[in-house]
Design a protein around this ligand. Structure first.
Ligand SMILES: Nc1nc2c(ncn2[C@@H]2O[C@H](COP(=O)(O)OP(=O)(O)OP(=O)(O)O)[C@@H](O)[C@H]2O)c(=O)[nH]1
Ligand SMILES: [Mg+2]
Length: 431
């Protein structure tokens, strides 16, 4: 066919695979989040290695049950694809397997249709590095994307540069289709084992009594840049969506000497489907089980309010909303807005403006973290005479003992204690 020859030439010339983005604007809907979501879809496509040829919006009461968009729009879409030699269509919301199949059929069967979630999973597949991350992505893809990759032979998986069909480590998703159920079960078993291992590790960390802080926030907010600035962790920081998929934890000593564990986590995004959230167990467990959260916001983004709301809603869903939290307004070097209205007065003491890139505001952030970590607890230095050794044993059990020096006068101990133990130690406190 002439059209596909044209397509092949384009692909052989090394041009990026281009796509038409499609979305349905519900009559009466707020246009601003709609536009932001479509702009985000464009960035997602670029991150996946593609480029936008055109955006097609249909204004409608509801999407079509069978084909997502109406028949007139499908014709328009087909002719757009032909004009641009485009073989990929990305729809900006979750489509059912039937909608995808019908739309592909209506477009003549030589154009791949994927949805927003498949595109995100494709990026995840490219960015997963750990065994855990790769297994989780593969599982999510087998459950979500595989049923939507309708009857495509191998030759068709190169459509649109294969975007939407790539598995972790470039495994072609379609090749696993026949063994779908078995593979899903095997992956679930392996993930269960890994989850148990993580639980053991966490228990050990808990025993060590180190305060664990998760760095959470919208994708591209600067979470990895912040972790790197503080700890030199060397995590990939990049101006693209979902640069980080796998969590990285680093130990960090605060200026007081208090040690904390900082974990960089996967970014959030609007319209993140529930099953996708569930798929990222390993990283989200970090958020659910930490002692405190740094919510990083890109304050230079005109959409920062909406992004913060998405983040706060997801943290609530993960059961992390009641944990001690600091709101880190990042990128203050090019900030667009410094006021986050919806946080109100009560949030004011929990906001710190920083630039992870220039280091501006980091000392204040560290002070705030220090406050969060001590959470009402005090670090004390006491000299315990031999008659009070029972208290030392109790400190070991119930407090965080930083150091003990045995001197002729007794044991000189530095420990972080709660109010109750503080009362007991008071007679022996040195300073
Ligand atoms: N100007 C400016 N750019 C920043 C700052 N912090 C991060 N960036 C840039 O923002 C982009 C995203 O940073 P990352 O640290 O990768 O963001 P992230 O939140 O880890 O993103 P994901 O892992 O993709 O969710 C990079 O290009 C950074 O260089 C900052 O304070 N100022
Ligand atoms: Mg990152």
């Amino acid at each position: 066919m002439e059209q596909s020859v044209f397509k092949n030439v384009l692909e052989e010339e090394g041009r990026l695979p281009s796509a038409v983005l499609v979305s349905v604007f519900r009559k009466g809907e707020d246009p601003s989040p709609f536009e932001a979501s479509l702009a985000e879809l464009e960035r997602l496509l670029e991150t996946a290695g593609g480029e936008v040829f055109a955006k097609l919006v249909q204004v409608k009461e509801h999407p079509e049950n069978a084909t997502y968009i109406g028949s007139g729009k499908i014709k328009e879409l087909a002719s757009l694809c032909e004009t641009g030699g485009v073989s990929l269509v990305v729809c900006d919301e979750e489509l059912s397997p039937m909608q995808i199949k019908n739309l592909e059929d209506a477009l003549g069967g030589d154009i791949r249709v994927i949805d927003r979630t498949m595109l995100i999973l494709d990026i995840f597949a490219l960015h997963a590095t750990t065994a855990d991350g790769k297994l989780q992505v593969e599982l999510a893809q087998l459950k979500y994307s595989a049923p939507r990759l309708y009857g495509k032979g191998k030759d068709l998986s190169r459509l649109g540069g294969g975007i939407g069909t790539r598995g972790p480590g470039e495994t072609k998703l379609e090749s696993d289709k026949r063994h779908l159920k078995e593979r899903i079960r095997a992956l679930e078993d392996q993930l269960e084992v890994l989850s148990k291992n993580r639980e053991l590790q966490r228990k050990q960390r808990e025993k060590a009594g180190i305060f664990r802080i998760a760095i959470a926030g919208y994708t591209n907010a600067g979470k990895s840049t912040l972790l790197n600035a503080l700890t030199g962790a060397g995590v990939k920081e990049k101006d693209e969506l979902f640069a980080t998929l796998d969590p990285t934890t680093r130990r960090y000593a605060l200026p007081s000497g208090n040690e904390i564990l900082l974990t960089d986590t996967v970014g959030f995004i609007r319209n993140l489907p529930h099953h996708l959230v569930k798929a990222f167990r390993s990283t989200l467990e970090e958020v659910a089980l930490c002692d405190g959260v740094l919510v990083v916001v890109d304050s230079s983004d005109p959409e920062s309010d909406a992004q913060l709301k998405v983040t706060v809603d997801l943290l609530t869903e993960l059961g992390a909303s009641s944990k001690p939290t600091l709101y880190v307004l990042n990128k203050s070097d090019k900030a667009f807005s410094t006021i986050i209205p919806f946080m109100g007065k009560e949030g004011a003491g929990k906001i710190v403006q920083i630039s992870a890139l220039t280091g501006q505001g980091i000392p204040l952030l560290l002070e705030k973290i220090e406050e969060m970590v001590s959470g009402g607890k005090k670090t004390v230095k006491a000299l315990l005479p031999s008659s009070a050794m029972g208290l030392l044993a109790r400190l070991y059990e119930e407090a965080n003992v930083k150091s003990v020096d045995y001197t002729p006068e007794g044991a000189e101990v530095v420990a972080v204690v709660d109010d109750r133990l503080y009362g007991k130690l008071k007679p022996y406190i040195k300073e």
